[in-house]
Design a protein around this ligand. Structure first.
Ligand SMILES: O=c1ccn([C@@H]2O[C@H](COP(=O)(O)OP(=O)(O)O[C@H]3OC[C@@H](O)[C@H](O)[C@H]3O)[C@@H](O)[C@H]2O)c(=O)[nH]1
Length: 378
C-alpha cells in the first residue's frame, strides 16, 4: 500500500514521506530503560508532583524501573520535559502539565509531593507563588490523598530548622526561622506544609510521611539552579571565578541525588509517620567544597575565588543528625562526595557542550545579598 501510494506523490514530497515513515517506525520500536514486572498486587499507582524536576525525575526513574505506574505532574517552572522524556509513551508512565495550586482528581495509591522550587534564587524569585505552592498545593494534595485513601510523602527541607541554634539538628529541634525574611516563603511554607500533613493525619486519618531533605546535588540540576555545587562547577568549567558568599565558613551537609531517592522510597514504604532527616552527615564549608572540587578535576583546580557579600539570612551552620533514618529505615548514604561530584561535573560538561551547540549558555543565578561592598581576597 505504501509503495503504490509512493508512486503517486511527487519527487519533491518523497523525502518528507520517507522521514515521516521513519519517525513512525522508530516511535513503535522505542527503547525504554528496563522495567521490572510487578504483579497487580505489588504494582502501585504513584503520583509524583514536581516529577520533572531534578530530584523528582530521578525518583520517577527509580519507581518506573521498579515496575510501578507513575504519573508525573509538573508546571515546568523549574522542571523540564527533557528530564523524563525517556519515559514518554511507556504504558506505565503519564506526564501531566498541571500546577498543584489547582486541585487534581486522579486515582493513586501513593503521592510523593515534591512540587516547589527548591534553590534559594528560584524560591525567592516569586515568593507569593512559592507560598501558594507549599500551602494551597499541599492542601490540594492532602485533599486528594484523603479522597482516594493514598499515602502522601511531603518533601520537606532542612530549611525548617532555619539558622539553627542547636547542633547537630535532630528531628526534635523546632528550628530558628525568621518569619519575615527573604527565605521565609520557603522555610515557613514548608513548616506549614508539615503542619498540614499532621492535621490531616490526626483529623482525617491520612497516612503521611515527612522527609526533611538537606543539600542535594547531581545530574539534571538546572543550569540556572543557583545552589553552591552547580554554581561552582559551572563557573569553574567556564573559566570564571567561583562566587563565595560571605566568608565561606558556613557549613552544609551534602548528598548525591541517588542516595536521597533511596531514602525517599524507604521512608514512603516504612511505618514512620514523624519527620526524618535525609542527608549525608559529613558537613563542609563552601570553601572546602572548592578544595574537594580542585582535587577532583584539573580544570577546576585552576579556578579563582571571588568573595561576595553574604546572602541575607543565610544559615551559618547546618549539621544534621541522621541517626533516626539509620535506625528506623536502615538507610544511609553510600555515594562518596568525590564520586558524586565527579558525576555532576561530567553532567554539566555535557550540558555546556549541548548549550554551546545551541549558542546559549545561561549564567548561574546569584543569591539575594546583603548590601555592602564585596570584600577583596585572592
Ligand atoms: O554561588 C554560591 C552559592 C551558594 N553559596 C553558599 O553555599 C551555601 C549553600 O548554599 P545553597 O544555595 O547551595 O543551599 P542552601 O543551603 O542555602 O539552601 C538549600 O538548603 C537545603 C535544601 O533543602 C534547599 O532546597 C536549599 O534551599 C550557603 O552558605 C551559600 O551562601 C556560595 O558561597 N556561593
Amino acid at each position: 500500500m505504501f509503495c503504490s501510494g509512493l508512486l503517486l506523490i511527487s519527487q519533491h514530497d518523497r523525502p518528507r514521506l520517507i522521514s515521516g515513515m521513519f519517525i513512525l517506525i522508530s516511535s513503535f520500536s522505542q527503547k525504554y530503560p528496563p522495567v521490572k514486572f510487578l504483579s497487580e498486587k505489588d504494582r502501585k499507582r504513584i503520583l509524583i508532583t514536581g516529577g520533572a524536576g531534578f530530584v523528582g525525575s530521578h525518583l520517577t526513574d527509580k519507581l518506573m524501573m521498579d515496575g510501578h505506574e507513575v504519573t508525573v505532574v509538573d508546571n515546568f517552572f523549574t522542571g523540564r520535559k527533557r528530564n523524563v522524556e525517556h519515559w514518554i509513551g511507556h504504558e506505565n508512565f503519564e506526564l501531566i502539565n498541571h500546577d498543584v495550586v489547582e486541585p487534581l482528581y486522579i486515582e493513586v495509591d501513593q503521592i510523593y509531593h515534591l512540587a516547589s522550587p527548591a534553590s534559594p534564587p528560584n524560591y525567592m524569585y516569586n515568593p507569593i507563588k512559592t507560598l501558594k505552592t507549599n500551602t494551597i498545593g499541599t492542601l490540594n494534595m492532602l485533599g486528594l490523598a484523603k479522597r482516594v485513601g493514598a499515602r502522601l510523602l511531603l518533601a520537606s527541607t532542612s530549611e525548617v530548622y532555619g539558622d539553627p541554634e542547636v547542633h547537630p539538628q535532630n528531628e526534635e529541634y523546632w528550628g530558628h526561622v525568621n518569619p519575615i525574611g527573604p527565605r521565609a516563603c520557603y522555610d515557613e511554607g514548608k513548616r506549614v506544609a508539615e503542619t498540614m500533613c499532621y492535621a490531616y493525619m490526626k483529623q482525617e486519618g491520612v497516612e503521611v510521611r515527612v522527609a526533611r531533605i538537606f543539600n542535594t546535588f547531581g545530574s539534571r540540576m538546572h543550569m540556572n539552579d543557583g545552589r553552591v555545587v552547580s554554581n561552582f562547577i559551572l563557573q569553574a568549567l567556564q573559566g570564571e571565578p567561583l562566587t563565595v558568599y560571605g566568608s565561606g565558613s558556613q557549613t552544609r551537609a551534602f548528598q548525591y541525588v541517588s542516595d536521597l531517592v533511596n531514602g525517599l522510597v524507604s521512608l514512603m514504604n516504612s511505618n514512620i509517620s514523624s519527620p526524618v532527616n535525609l542527608v549525608n552527615p559529613t558537613y563542609r564549608y563552601p570553601l572546602s567544597m572548592y578544595f574537594t572540587l580542585s582535587k577532583t578535576s584539573d580544570t577546576l583546580s585552576r579556578s579563582q575565588i571571588q568573595f561576595l557579600p553574604e546572602a541575607q539570612d543565610d544559615p551559618r551552620r547546618r549539621r544534621p543528625d541522621i541517626r533516626k533514618a539509620k535506625m528506623m529505615l536502615g538507610w544511609e548514604p553510600v555515594v562518596p562526595l568525590e564520586e558524586g561530584l565527579n558525576k555532576t561535573i561530567q553532567y554539566f560538561s555535557r550540558e555546556l557542550e549541548h548549550q554551546a551547540n545551541n549558542q546559549y549558555i545561561p549564567k548561574p543565578k546569584a543569591a539575594r545579598q546583603k548590601k555592602g561592598r564585596p570584600r577583596q581576597h585572592n
